[in-house]
Structure formats: C-alpha cells, structure tokens
Design a binder for this molecule. Structure first.
Ligand code: IPE
Ligand code: IPE
Ligand code: MG
Length: 246
C-alpha cells in the first residue's frame, strides 16, 4: 500500500494510547512448519516474542495487556503438544518472572486455572501474590481461557449470590456482569490484535470486546515485534470510534 510506504516510522500520539491491548497470539505452528521444525519449537519462539512484546508494551506506557496463551479448546490438541506448551509455561513463569518484577510488571492469569497441573497453579498463585503491588504494565495471561466458560462461571457466581439473598435478580446490571468476569480488574480492551492472518475471535473475551477495534496482521506470532505493535497502535489511533453515536 502506497500509504504504508510513506509512513516509515509509526509515529504514535501519546495522548491516544490504548489503555488495554488484547492479543490472540496465533501462528506458532505455521512458523515452525515453514522451518521444518516441530510445533513445539514454534511455541518456544512464540514465548520469546511475548517476552519482547511485554517489554515493548511497558515502554509504550500501555496499562493492560491480555494475551491468549491457551484456550479451553486447545485441550483437543495432541497430548504431546499440550504437554510441550505446559512445560514451556512452567519454564516461562520461572525464568522471566524476576525480570518482570524488576520492570514493575504485574502478572495475572485469567481463565479456569483449576484444570492446570497443581505445580503450575502454585506458581501462578505465588507470582500473582508477589507482583500484585506493581504499578507498571499489567499482563493478563489467558490460560485454559474461553469467553463462554468465563461467562458461565460469572453467571454461576451471580446466581449463587442471588440464591443466598445477597443480590436481587432485578439489580443485575452490566456492571454486575463485568465485575464477575475474570477481567474485572481491567477496562475493556480498546484494541484487539490477532496475528497469522486468521480473522476470527476463537472464543476470546466475548463480553469485553463489544466496542473494541480489531487489527488483523498476517505476521505469524513468533515474528511479531515492536514495529508490528506500533503499526497496530498506529492504525488504531487513526480509526474513528463512534460507539453508536454520530
Ligand atoms: C497459537 O499458535 C498458540 C496456541 C494456540 C497455543 P498455533 O499453535 O495455533 O499456531 P497455528 O495456528 O497452528 O499456526
Ligand atoms: C486461538 O488460536 C487460541 C490461542 C491463540 C491461544 P487457535 O489457533 O487455537 O484458534 P483456531 O483454532 O484457529 O480458531
Ligand atoms: Mg492457531
């Protein structure tokens, strides 16, 4: 595109930075396939890309970054692949955590962690506790996350409160639902990015994306870097968000 060539640097307006960016990190398998490597090598490269994007988002002053790492549907993959992803997750949490703390990054997990191995659940608890006071970028890692499952769990919580007489059904507002979701601590994402050329939501943040802007990139996740992130934000900043008004 002629326009793209003209924009050598994606100059961003600091006043129009999204507070919350959500990313569907897709394309690890294809990245590996292109190099005749096992899928697991793609996931490893994807984990490295995430490490860099976390620093970049922190440098850019983004407040919340939610990343889709493992969906409720991803259990359908081979045992070998699921095992490799879980091993990478263990290593990832262990090796990068100190650096994140040093950089004032807060780590948080969304999704139903109860289905993860006990040692991973412990690691998550420890990390969440140790980083809860951090005031820089909040990274929300979606693990065994599905938008429908999250809504189901939220409805269960609300129904429970109603059954106990703590809440009247007619007092249930949109806010009640938002606050019962795993993302209660974050504003809705202004920008959702999906890499690898796929243009679908795959059960990610169904409630929260009501008015998000979407940015689809053909770049495979392991190749997604700071420049690509800036490009996505640049396009976001140049969109006209109307929220139903005129
Ligand atoms: C995204 O990459 C990572 C996970 C879903 C865990 P994929 O593994 O889906 O990569 P492709 O889509 O097969 O290329
Ligand atoms: C979405 O990617 C889930 C994650 C990135 C973790 P998938 O690769 O699982 O999605 P589909 O199957 O292409 O919709
Ligand atoms: Mg995929």
């Amino acid at each position: 595109m002629f326009f793209e060539k003209e924009v050598k640097e994606y100059l961003l307006n600091p006043e129009k930075m999204p507070k919350h960016i959500a990313i569907i990190m897709d394309g690890n398998g294809r990245w590996a396939k292109k190099r005749a490597l096992p899928r697991k090598a793609g996931h490893k490269a994807g984990a490295e890309a995430l490490e860099n994007i976390i620093s970049d988002a922190n440098d850019l002053g983004i407040q919340h970054l939610t990343v889709y790492a493992f969906s409720t549907e991803n259990w359908k993959r081979s045992e070998e692949e699921v095992g490799a992803i879980m091993d990478l997750l263990r290593q990832y949490l262990k090796s990068h955590f100190k650096k994140f703390l040093k950089n004032n990054v807060r780590l948080d997990v969304i999704g139903d962690v109860t289905r993860l191995d006990a040692d991973i659940q412990e690691q998550i608890l420890e990390i969440t506790e140790l980083s809860k006071e951090k005031t820089g970028l909040a990274v929300h890692i979606a693990l065994n996350y599905g938008g429908r499952d999250e809504l189901r769990r939220a409805v269960t919580k609300i129904a429970q409160a109603a059954a106990e007489g703590k809440l009247h059904p007619s007092d249930i507002t949109e806010e009640t639902i938002s606050m019962a979701l795993d993302t209660a601590a974050a504003p809705d994402p202004e920008l959702v990015i999906r890499t690898s050329g796929e243009e679908r939501i795959s059960n990610f943040l169904l409630w929260q994306i009501a008015y998000s802007e979407f940015y689809f990139s053909d770049v495979l996740w392991p190749d997604f870097d700071k420049k690509e992130l800036q490009k996505a934000i640049y396009y976001y900043q140049n969109r006209d968000r109307r929220f139903g008004g005129r």
